[in-house]
Each structure stands twice: as C-alpha cells, then as structure tokens.
Design a protein around this ligand. Structure first.
Ligand SMILES: Nc1ncnc2c1ncn2[C@@H]1O[C@H](COP(=O)(O)OP(=O)(O)OP(=O)(O)O)[C@@H](O)[C@H]1O
Ligand SMILES: [Mg+2]
Length: 359
C-alpha cells in the first residue's frame, strides 16, 4: 500500500497544500511547529476516522476557516483509491471513498491501513490497560471486520448487563434478567478473546525477532492477561467466574470479568516492562510492537500498511536509528524529523515550512 498524494485545505496550519510521497522512505523535515505532526495526523485521520491525539473536529479546522478538507490518493492491491474527508465547525464530518459517501465510520476502517507511532505511544507500555485494549482492538479491526462487529456487539450486551446490575430492582429480579444476558456476554467474550489470543500469538514471535535485531541483547515476551483454561472452554470458564462474582457485581453495579477488563503484559528478560524497564527500553518495545504489527497486517491482507513515525529518531542512538531505518525501507514509511540522519539509504525529502511544502 502506498500514498501518492495528500491534499490539505484548511487542515490545522495547512491552508492549501498538496504533498507527494515517495514509494519507500520519506523524511518529513522542518523546524519545530511547522506542521510535520499535523501532516501525519491527516493521514491517520482518513485511515481510522479519528485523530491520534483524540482532537475534536473543531480543533483540527484552521483557526481562520469554517471547514477543512483532506483528499488522499493511494494505491493498493485493489487498485488506485481516494478518500476524502470534510470537516465542518458546526456539522458532522463527511467521508467519501472513491467519491461515494459512506454512512458509517466502520466502512472506513481497513480501507487505508496505517500503523502509527509517536512519543505518546509509550502509553502502550506505561499507562492503563484500556490503552493496550485499544491497541488490540484498533489493530485487529484493520484486517478483521467481523472482530470489529463482534466488539460492538459485546459492548452493547455489556452495557445492558451493567444497566441491570446498576438498576434499583430487587436482587431476585436482577438475577432473573442476568440469566438472559450472561450467556450472550460469554458467547461474544469467547470470540473476542480467541481472536485477541490468535493475534498476540502471531505478534509475539515477530516482535521477539525484531526486538533482538534492534537491541541485540534483550528477549521480549508478550502475554495476554487471560489464560485459556486447560480442561474447559473459555465460555464455561467465564460463566463460572461470573457466577462466583455475582454477589460482588450486584454490590458494585458493573461487570468485573471479561475482555473489557483484560490486559497485555510486556516483559524484557522476564521482567515486567511497566515496572522495571528504562524509558529507552519502553520506547523501543512500543516501537517494536508497531513494526511487528506491520508484518502481522501484511500476512493478513497480503500487502504492507503505511508506517507513520512521529519524532522517533531523536529518541534513539545512532546504531538503533540505523537498524530501524533499514527495517523501514521495506514499505512506505513517513518519518517526521528536525534533522535528516546520515544514511546511505534512498529516501524522499518533504520539507515543511509553516504549513507549506518547500523544496
Ligand atoms: N486548528 C489549527 N489552525 C491553525 N494552526 C494550528 C491548528 N492546530 C494546530 N496548529 C498549529 O500547527 C503548528 C504545527 O504543529 P505540528 O505539531 O505539526 O508541528 P511540528 O512541525 O510537528 O513541530 P515539532 O517539531 O515541534 O513536533 C503549531 O504551531 C500549532 O499552533
Ligand atoms: Mg511534531
């Protein structure tokens, strides 16, 4: 997959610019506050439908304009495609794929595949389990639409089950209502957990290799917090756990067991990264996970997604930079940087000044 051009109109500090990309390594270079990160944000936005910074539409539109437009042209196994996104300060956003309006955001997911890394992605290692579940859900949904629909279904059932637990009804009537929803919940939970385990199984082997390639000394392990039971099914195991937790859940008013509570554990040389790894080690793990995701998606859809790397080079020593750039020449990579590093690799330079391409 490759982006050919991105046209930005009143998007952040871009009033009217068209940016052309090279097929492989692209350095988006410029001084601070010129629009490098904004450019990556525009690509992410048309891929996933929301800003990586979780910005509101209003914040994305240029300060002096009422609406913004992104027009992105890309090539993939399915041929040449376009995605257009219109944002309005008052109205809803509109998205077109190949000039046809889409009605739901779920139609956009998986059309243009990107993998995004910024210093903020350290949250994948350091922050709350929700960040890691989001990583799982967004990553898997890019190549597995049924998973996305299953997730939406699970969240609907979970919401209803929590409403019952929270209601003012008697415990007896709550238990009767739960008898309807708990089997539906565990059925959907089993599908979600199985898909996540399957995905992590593929990711962990690739991540181990790439991590060794970059660090040359450390062993990376990736684990899921829920372990598949030995002598029973996931469905039965979760049913047993929910039955045992019933009294507590009636008191708390929400569901305490299921994939909405699960987590990923990263370990280097057998130590949990969240608690023991240095800042640099955590950053490297987060980056390695994203590089591995490139390979997993490629194996699933038959072609590489596009890699977006924001501000990654300044954080790495020169030998890690070199090893990273070597890996990145396999696919289209857009890297923002203040200075282009010394390298013998072929690359395209995109120089940004105040929301304009200057070359
Ligand atoms: N809605 C908006 N309208 C106009 N300008 C905006 C808007 N939102 C953000 N900006 C401006 O965009 C500028 C560039 O932001 P960006 O994060 O892309 O810089 P950068 O080139 O990545 O810089 P750095 O090297 O510091 O990361 C900022 O100065 C910011 O004020
Ligand atoms: Mg930036």
């Amino acid at each position: 997959m490759q982006i050919n051009t991105v046209e930005l109109k009143n998007f952040r500090n871009y009033t009217n610019s068209t940016i052309r990309f090279g097929k492989f390594l692209n350095f988006i270079v410029g001084k601070n506050a010129q629009g490098k990160t904004n450019l990556l944000e525009s690509v992410y936005l048309v891929s996933v439908g929301k800003s990586p910074k979780n910005s509101k539409d209003k914040q994305i539109i240029n300060f002096n304009a009422e609406n913004a437009k992104i027009n992105l042209e890309f090539s993939c196994l399915g041929g040449n495609k376009t995605i257009q996104l219109y944002l309005n300060k008052v109205g809803k956003k509109a998205i077109k794929i190949n000039n046809l309006n889409i009605l739901k955001l779920t139609e956009l997911v998986g059309c243009l595949n990107v993998v995004y890394f910024s210093p903020d992605e350290l949250k994948l290692i350091k922050e709350v389990p929700e960040d890691r579940r989001n990583f799982l859900d967004i990553s898997i949904s890019q190549f597995n639409k049924p998973y996305l629909y299953e997730l939406l279904k699970y969240n609907r059932i979970l919401k209803m089950r929590n409403q019952i637990l929270k209601s003012n009804n008697s415990n007896q009537s709550k238990i009767e209502q739960l008898a309807l929803f708990t089997p539906q919940l565990v059925e959907s939970a089993e599908k979600i957990i199985n898909t996540r385990l399957n995905f992590l199984n593929k990711l962990k082997d690739i991540a181990f290799q790439i991590h060794q390639q970059i660090t040359q000394t450390e062993n990376l392990e990736i684990l899921y917090s829920y372990t598949k039971p030995q002598n029973t099914t996931i469905k039965q195991d979760l049913t047993n756990q929910l039955n045992a937790a019933l009294e507590k859940e009636l008191e708390l008013g929400f569901t305490t067991i299921g994939p909405h509570r699960d987590d990923i554990i990263f370990k280097i040389n057998n130590q949990d990264c969240k608690f023991f790894a240095s800042q640099g080690q955590q950053r490297t793990v987060a980056l390695v996970v994203k590089l591995s995701l490139m390979e997993v998606i490629k194996n699933e859809i038959g072609e590489y997604p596009i890699l977006l790397l924001d501000d990654v080079l300044s954080e790495l020593d020169t030998s890690r930079q070199e090893r990273l750039l070597n890996i990145c020449t396999k696919y289209q990579t857009l890297i923002t940087t203040v200075n282009i590093p010394q390298t013998n690799l072929d690359y395209t330079t995109i120089k940004i000044e105040n929301g304009n391409v200057v070359q």
